[in-house]
Design a protein around this ligand. Structure first.
Ligand code: DGL
Length: 258
């Protein structure tokens, strides 16, 4: 098979990366996608680096065996745990990682008050510390770990309005929202809550996620390598999940249409 015809591999600790896959498909409708959700091992945000790295190596080996032309780590947590290890292991395959979109939240602005919602792991890692160091002299940045939001997605509770609303309000109740300029959704699971969250916090707060920026990056990379599929007739998605429970495949497909 010609390289250009190969699928783009996308993976996450579970179903959060489906929010990235949606964006990728929107901008590259002719590509084939191979998505791997690691729901049997989610959440990554509560695990340690060694465990996460081992899982990511296993998943990437699987994707590479099946033949992919690029790998998108659709998970901020996995990226901060081991993007370097993954890049060194697969030198011939472009690896695209994600990080909380703090830069677009503050770029070109003064004295911003920003809440970064992410996993406990992402927020305590050096990668995020370094990112914060670039901006926290000029802006106020609050770190907010939200493990329950990952759980809600993995347990198929996104449509449980009451639970979603109480959980979001609970996480945000200590902040004076009138003073907040933006909230960064630094975990791909959280993007599914965007609409609901916007209603709760009000329109004066910008909600920012990294899905569009990541997609742009993938498009540019494939264009540069002349591997962007422009012909019609592709666009198919294959979904794999580490859990034997069939419900995750069903839920993945539902989230892709959400
Ligand atoms: N979706 C993942 C992220 O973007 C992490 C969720 C988890 O497994 O804790 O960070």
């Amino acid at each position: 098979m010609e390289k250009i015809e190969k699928a783009i591999g996308v993976f996450d600790s579970g179903l959060g990366g489906i929010s990235v896959l949606k964006e990728l498909r929107k901008h590259m409708p002719n590509e084939k996608y191979l998505y791997f959700g690691d729901s049997a091992f989610a959440p990554y945000g509560e695990k340690d680096k060694e465990v996460i790295t081992k899982r990511c190596i296993y998943i990437c080996d699987e994707l590479v065996k099946k033949g992919v032309k690029a790998i998108v780590i659709a998970c901020n947590t996995a990226t901060s745990a081991c993007v370097q290890v993954i890049r060194e292991r697969y030198k011939d395959i472009p690896i695209i990682g994600m990080e909380p979109a703090l830069k677009p939240a503050v770029d070109g602005k003064k004295n911003q008050h920003v809440i970064v919602m992410a996993t406990k792991f992402t927020l305590k890692e050096k990668k995020f510390e370094d990112l914060m160091l670039k901006y926290n002299a000029d802006h106020i940045i609050y770190k907010l770990p939200c493990p329950k939001l990952v759980e809600i997605i993995e347990q198929d509770n996104l449509l449980n309005e009451q639970l979603v609303e109480t959980t979001l309000k609970d996480y945000l109740h200590t902040y004076d929202l009138a003073t907040i300029d933006s909230i960064v959704l630094g975990c791909t699971h959280f993007v599914f809550f965007k609409e609901k969250l916007q209603k709760i916090v009000g329109n004066h707060i910008r909600l920012i996620d990294g899905n569009e920026g990541t997609t742009r990056h993938v498009v540019e990379l494939l264009e540069e390598k002349k591997q962007l599929q422009l012909e019609k007739g592709y666009g198919e998605v294959t979904i794999l999940n580490s859990s034997k429970d069939e419900k995750y495949l069903k839920l993945s497909k539902e989230l892709l249409e959400y």
